[in-house]
Design a protein around this ligand. Structure first.
Ligand SMILES: [Zn+2]
Length: 245
């Protein structure tokens, strides 16, 4: 005989089960929870509408041990040194450039099949502080910059990884792919030497998109590249990584 207590219990169990299913659904949807992101950034992403997040790529769905390295916030004087090291070691990379930094001589740095280009806004402002019209102008200026310097970009990474509806709409309008990252090197947060190497080593995964910055010292970058190679991972272009199924 089923008592009302049992019915209540079984109802609670079912409710608990549904909650669990929803939670599992959410956590698999928000794959970034298991990624090596800066904690405050993870908190930020947790509050963003999933329909927006789904339009960005965080990592490649690769089975083989391959990664893509990406550099933000250039071009700057140091970009030349990074370029030389990558060329010397034949390592493909993607540079997410800030439009207002570009000039004729910097534009030459990207003329190598090893390198792919992404946009990282024109002024590197936080889109949350901008009107929709300003965001639109930011994209327009960047597109003009590409034409002016005969460059082409396939990707877009919003400054600070901010995922806002207007910028997402613009990314789609210009046929770009929104790309974030799954492994934050923390080079921007002052990580160097052993700390930097451990951050990379401990969090490497097949299909990782690694976030670095053009400001990284070449010596530090060589440590990063070494630990990736020594861990048995290969470098592939971002375009290839995004094709992993
Ligand atoms: Zn940036």
């Amino acid at each position: 005989m089923i008592s009302s207590f049992d019915v209540q219990t079984s109802k609670s169990v079912n409710v608990a089960k549904s909650v669990l299913v929803i939670m599992l659904g959410v956590s698999s949807l928000f794959g970034f929870q298991r990624m090596a992101l800066y904690p405050a950034y993870k908190d930020y992403l947790s509050g963003v509408n999933s329909s927006l997040i789904e339009q960005y790529v965080f990592e490649g769905e690769c089975e083989n041990p391959v990664v893509a390295v990406t550099f933000d916030d250039g071009p700057i004087a140091n970009t030349q040194k990074i370029r030389q090291l990558l060329q010397k070691r034949e390592i493909p990379a993607t540079f997410f450039v800030i439009g207002q930094n570009m000039n004729e001589s910097y534009a030459q740095l990207y003329q190598d099949p090893l390198f792919e280009l992404g946009l990282h806004s024109y002024y590197h402002k936080d889109y949350r502080t901008m009107e929709e019209e300003e965001i639109e102008q930011d994209f327009e200026k960047n597109m003009k910059m590409l034409v002016k310097y005969s460059l082409s970009a396939k990707y877009f990474r919003p400054p600070y990884g901010i995922v806002c509806p207007k910028a997402t709409e613009m990314i789609n309008r210009y046929g770009l792919q929104g790309v974030l990252w799954s492994l934050d090197s923390h080079d921007w947060a002052g990580y160097s030497g052993e700390e930097l190497v451990s951050q990379i080593h401990d969090n490497l995964a097949a299909g990782s998109i690694i976030l670095l910055h053009d400001s990284i010292e070449v010596y530090e970058l060589s440590l990063v590249l070494d630990v990736i190679t020594q861990s048995g991972y290969d470098f592939i272009p971002l375009s290839e990584l995004l094709e992993c199924q």
